[in-house]
Design a protein around this ligand. Structure first.
Ligand code: KIV
Ligand code: ZN
Length: 515
């Protein structure tokens, strides 16, 4: 009999810590529902003490999800734990995940605490969390650089205090696979009460080893992996859920455990997260990249036609790549549209929301005859982006370019309800459009990234644009989609400016200071 490997998804918490990846409450609920459908065991929905917005999002996820456990992160502080407990309270199954750093560098320079005091605080936090739920997880932050003996002591004490899951994070992605696997094996052997808890790992990808380290840990007895869709996360990201799940599923000859994941939900989840965050998936990304199942060389194509297994170790449809991707057209009706959206994880909250999305769908279908799943997802992300914060609204855009002439754009905007217009020249139509918007708004922000992806194939495809702006250290991503990429770009720029103007009071979980 194989053991169960618990999949703990932290896309909504650690994933959201990627610069510019912040998500609205509605977007988080939408992702959480897809994760639930995928049969993720635990969804870490956020860090409730960080802001009112984070608290509301965790609560909304706890209210919307019933098949997965919903988890809230808390430092080992009373007020964090109380806040996390309140946020997860509506959940059918709720978990509090509390953590404190255990490495010498973190304890000495960040926490300025002695190891004994850290241990005492960890025990107090776990005990306090147990007053609210039986499902308490303890993380020894920066365990990958902690002293082994101290790690054993704090893990033993946390289990005694009531932690059911012990998470060993490689917070800075420093470990190598043989070393990290060994660490888990040694800990499980050395901690006297190790059998009373599930050992978990949480690996960052600074050396590109997050997945390899997590899998090595599983081979040495870890039975929970913390991961994110598309490997999103702080700095270089976390271990990617799709790679962990498919490695374990594909190599059942090596692993004596398996997950409960419905792998056919992997590609839809990947697309949704990419659409919402504006972080494109690289074409050669394992499992979910556009080329992951594409065969270019003639020899490979010939081999696959004769026997798929000559060059494929997984089936594309098993991870959710559909063979017949054309889903809807101009004549599709409202109920077919609603049903398809539901399959993609998008549930409309009101008739008004459905009507608005359906209207956009019809508009798109007039411009583009074949509508694919990717188009539908982009449509909804785009609608969400427009309704986020209406401080700034794009009313009209006129843009012109001609060989031998300087491109010009003119924009009509609603700024806080007041109509304003601006125009500018630029090196191209997109440049002219951004300058025209800036001639009205004067945001003083720096453009850090501009990217366009075609949502589907063909020149009639929608262009999905991501714009990353920075202002005073704050980074936001804006998105826009349209069959005209200049319009998509203007929408993305306006969306980013709207996000920059919204208040930001979030704290970072790894800050030790009190908020
Ligand atoms: O990377 C890390 O150590 C974390 C902890 C909060 C688990 O994200
Ligand atoms: Zn992390």
């Amino acid at each position: 009999m194989t053991d169960r490997l618990v999949i703990f998804d932290t896309t909504l918490r650690d994933g959201e810590q990627s610069p510019g990846a912040s998500m609205t409450k509605e977007q988080k609920v939408r992702i959480a529902k897809v994760l639930e459908k995928m049969r993720v065991d635990v969804i870490e929905a956020g860090f409730p003490i960080a802001s009112e917005g984070d608290f509301d999002s965790v609560r909304a996820v706890a209210q919307s999800v019933s098949d997965s456990t919903v988890c809230g992160l808390a430092r080992a502080l009373d007020k964090d734990i109380e806040r996390a407990a309140a946020a997860i309270s509506p959940a059918e199954s709720g978990r509090i995940h509390t953590f404190i750093a255990t490495s010498p560098i973190h304890m000495q320079t960040k926490l300025r605490m002695q190891p004994d005091a850290v241990l005492e605080q960890a025990v107090r936090a776990v005990k306090m969390a147990r007053n609210f739920t039986d499902d308490v997880e303890f993380s020894a932050e920066d365990a990958g650089r902690s002293e082994f003996d101290f790690l054993c002591r704090i893990v033993e004490a946390a289990i005694d205090a009531g932690a059911r899951t012990i998470n060993i994070p490689d917070t800075v992605g420093y470990n190598l696979p043989h070393q990290f696997g060994d660490l888990i094996g040694r800990l499980k052997a050395a901690v006297p009460n190790a059998d009373k808890a599930i050992f978990s790992v949480h690996c960052h990808n600074d050396l590109g080893l997050a997945v390899a380290n997590s899998l090595a840990a599983v081979r040495h007895g870890a039975r929970q992996v913390e991961c994110t869709i598309n490997g999103l996360g702080e700095r270089a990201g976390n271990a990617s859920l799709e790679e962990i799940v498919m490695a374990v599923r594909t190599r059942q000859d090596i692993f004596d455990c398996d997950t409960a994941i419905d792998t056919t939900q992997i590609v839809p989840a990947s697309r949704l997260v990419s659409n919402i965050t504006g972080f494109p998936v690289q074409p050669n990304k394992a499992i979910v990249g556009a080329n992951a199942f594409a065969h270019e060389s003639g020899i490979h194509q010939d081999g696959v036609i004769k026997n798929r297994e000559t060059y494929e170790i997984m089936r594309a449809q098993d991870v959710g790549w559909s063979t017949n991707k054309m889903v809807m057209g101009k004549h599709s009706g409202r109920s077919a549209f609603r049903a398809r959206m539901l399959e993609l994880g998008v549930e409309f909250q009101s008739d008004e929301e459905l009507n608005d999305a359906f209207y956009r769908f019809k508009e798109l279908a007039d411009k583009k005859h074949e509508i694919f799943d990717e188009d539908l997802q982009a449509l909804v992300t785009d609608a969400g982006a427009e309704s986020e914060n209406e401080w700034l609204r794009l009313e009209q855009l006129e843009s012109r370019s001609k060989t031998g002439e300087i491109p010009v754009s003119r924009v009509s905007l609603l700024v806080d309800g007041e109509p304003k217009s601006g125009n500018s020249e630029g090196s191209g139509q997109v440049d002219a459009t951004f300058k025209a918007i800036e001639s009205v708004v004067h945001s003083d922000s720096q453009l850090q990234l501009y990217s366009v992806n075609n949502v589907t194939r063909g020149t009639d495809s929608q262009g999905e644009v991501t714009v990353r702006l920075e202002n005073g250290g704050r980074i936001v991503n804006g998105h826009g989609a349209d069959t005209d990429i200049v319009i998509a770009s203007a929408k993305a720029y306006v969306n980013a400016l709207n996000k920059l103007m919204s208040p930001q009071d979030r704290a970072h979980p790894q800050n030790n200071g009190l908020i």
